[in-house]
Design a protein around this ligand. Sequence first.
Ligand code: ADP
Length: 504
Amino acid sequence: MALKKKKTLSGGSVLKVKASVAPLNFGTQWQYVEALEGSDHVKIEPKYGLFIDGKFVEPHSKKYFDTINPANEKVLSKIAEADAHDVNLAVEAARRSYDNVWSKMSGKERGKYLFRIARIMQERARELAVVETLDGGKPIRESKSVDIPLAAAHFFYYAGWADKLEYAFSGRSPRPLGVAAQVIPWNFPLLMAAWKIAPALATGNTVVLKPAETTPLTALKLAEIFQEADLPPGVVNIITGFGATGAELVSHKGVNKVAFTGSTEVGKKINRAILGTDKRITLELGGKSAHLIFEDASIDQAVEGIVNGIFFNQGHVCCAGSRLLVQESVEKIVLRKLFDRMQTLAVGDPMDKNTDIGAINSHEQMKKIEGYIASGKTEGAKLFQTSCRLPSKGFWAKPTVLSEVAQSFRVVQEEIFGPVLTVQSFRTVEEGIEKANNTPYGLAGGVWTDKGSKIFSVSSHLRAGVVWANTYNKFDPTSPFGGYKESGMGREGGISGLLPYVQF
Ligand code: ADP
């Protein structure tokens, strides 16, 4: 790779990497040679049926819909759309398998299947990462280093619990619930499937999972892995479709447990749909999480955390640090450093290993983000966007900062789910906490300070399920995750993640 030093206007120099092909689109200071991840080793079928009772089957509806690559709008595959009849077949298969096989199997044997699934996921990690990036638009660097390893880690972690459940709930005898209906969103498709399926299986439940309509492919690849692992038929069924399929599934009378991750709006609908039934429910919903940057924080480290928290993965993270609350005395320096750092972010082809910010997941989501930016401007916010060029095909959004906003602005109160950060300042610790807590959500938060005691006192006052200190967006299968207020009910991950799937 050829490196060139290039004189800048200010007299300094930046490193320029000579490009054999004109780079798609990068920040203003840095240019890198395109480094595309190969996709020749990946097989995506032209058409996928529903995965019911261990086999891929034609949908009763006879209907299929396209799943596309959001970076170029090309069709990747045709996906079956399950109707009420299909949902019923899937729930019945899960019930048979629960009654006859899975609930009768020892925890040790169930654990072996989970370990096997985790190992096959690791063996097929590169393929899964490529499919995740093609179908969802997220940078390949992220699929490879975050999504797929963490998904496998969840199977490993819960495999370890399968034969130790009496130690997780000491003095009590946990029993499974039955059939779990699980509905997941498009931001971390395989990881969300792993979060939901692994604890359900470890505790002896069987599953019907519905992935999001824009990102069904890795869940269908996971179905292939279940076949490869010889998982008994019906233990996990994967049905694809839109919201109507999800609604049929969660309200099916053969379902004992509902687990949903997605928007607060749909979460409320699901909660209403199962009201008056004896179904158990966990909801992991939206967020409007805040970074609190105190004047004694390491500013460079904090800026990196802010960038990681909202711009990487296009802000498609429910716990994204979408609000920046900065102590007034350091506001100017934080913003200057942040804007400089943002200019170096590479927005472009998600399959390029240099890319920091990939494609927005769908046209609908792109329009929603644009709508929020327009609303922020109308309400009086000051706009900063990086000077990157956006590709002409596909769905994109520039990294955006909206400063000079008030607490009442829609962009401060509502979840945008895009690379858009709002900025407010505060003077005292109490004011910072008050502003951080003043939204309908309570999923996560970030505290940036040099003082350990401040970390503990501030985080104990934040009404948020997860608080990171001097870092952000760090995940581990052993840690519980979930929200306060409109961010949801129940916890996933860690020992807490077993509880929603057992009764005593
Ligand atoms: P997002 O805003 O993240 O797109 P949604 O809440 O719209 O999330 O969707 C998350 C998941 O919920 C998707 O799999 C979607 O198909 C499903 N879904 C949408 N509407 C309903 C509904 N009424 N009942 C059950 N599932 C639904």
